[in-house]
Design a protein around this ligand. Structure first.
Ligand code: GLP
Length: 291
């Protein structure tokens, strides 16, 4: 796990956009896993700017979003589909048929979850997965106690998550109780993962995810099992990391380190090429999981 701490949210957003842009430049038909929430907003704004001012091309890109509220339609301003359309999709040249967001209104969730997993596989698997983190340590909507091998399924939201997300709704009781989310197992199959966090409110979850034990109580801690995770944090989100001095040391020493050819985002070595790993063999995806 690579932990990179920036002074502020703007720098985190720009660093995240640079990683996404490098992936797209090296692999124009990359498959991106995308997240919603306030954390990636700056990333999306920067990607829109890169598209407008620098010609960053999304024409062959395929995207899969992590999650959606059950009961909210695509045109509901509180839905994650709407969020993605307003903050990214309608501002870039992505093909509508290449956009996948879990449906909050399907009449057969189990079949939908199975189909969603299959579409990810058929698209070649996710090259780069963007993640935020919930204050209870969740990724996607994989609430505490989610299986670390879970697949796309319906989850019941934790009280804390409902309270956290109430700010996007008129009344707390309007926040949906259920969501459809990629599983932790689904997320871990991405070839590269980018976890973003900012603000002091996220500091305990970030510390638990990066330095705590791997546990289903903090589903982001499962990222410790993945071989290519970059955590982009602002100083507030990083404020409870015990090994912060070490991460800063590693960051400072990057320019002199031998090049890792498979990393698209080793910015000190601009000549590095990104060779996407070969597509993985299909995995079992039954879309069934615990509520
Ligand atoms: C929701 C989403 C997560 C997101 C989290 C944090 O629970 N399902 O994907 O990471 O909110 O949101 P924010 O970035 O607004 O703090």
């Amino acid at each position: 796990m690579e932990v990179i701490v920036h002074e502020n949210y703007d720098l985190v957003s720009r660093a995240a956009a640079a990683i996404v842009a490098q992936t797209l430049n090296a692999k124009p038909n990359a498959v991106l896993g995308l997240a919603t929430g306030s954390t990636p907003l700056g990333l999306y704004q920067e990607l829109v700017r890169c598209h407008r001012d620098e010609g960053l091309d999304f024409s062959q890109v395929v995207t899969f979003n992590l999650d959606e509220y059950v009961g909210l339609s695509k045109n509901d301003p509180r839905s994650y589909y709407y969020f993605m359309r307003e903050n990214l999709f309608r501002h870039v040249n992505i093909a509508p048929q290449n956009i996948y967001v879990p449906s909050g209104t399907t009449d057969n969730y189990q079949a939908f979850c199975t189909w969603y997993e299959r579409r990810i596989q058929e698209s070649g698997g996710i090259d780069l997965q963007v993640l935020g983190i919930g204050s209870d340590g969740h990724i996607g909507f994989n609430e505490p106690s989610s299986s670390l091998g879970s697949r796309t399924r319906i989850k019941t939201l934790a009280r804390q998550t409902i309270d956290d997300n109430a700010r996007f709704f008129d009344r707390p009781e309007d926040v949906p109780i259920y969501a459809i989310t990629m599983g932790v197992g689904t997320i871990l199959e991405a070839r590269q993962i980018l976890l973003m966090a900012n603000g002091a409110k996220k500091a305990p979850a970030v510390a638990a995810a990066i330095e705590g034990p791997v546990t289903s109580r903090i589903t982001a801690s499962a990222l410790q099992m993945h071989s290519d995770v970059t955590c982009l944090l602002d100083t507030d989100a990083a404020s409870q990391l015990e090994m912060i001095d070490y991460y800063r040391w590693v960051q400072a020493k990057h320019p002199g380190a031998p090049v890792r050819a498979s990393r698209p985002h080793f910015s000190s070595h601009p000549t590095v090429r990104y060779d996407a790993p070969p597509a993985r063999s299909p995995v079992r995806s039954n879309g069934v999981g615990s509520l």
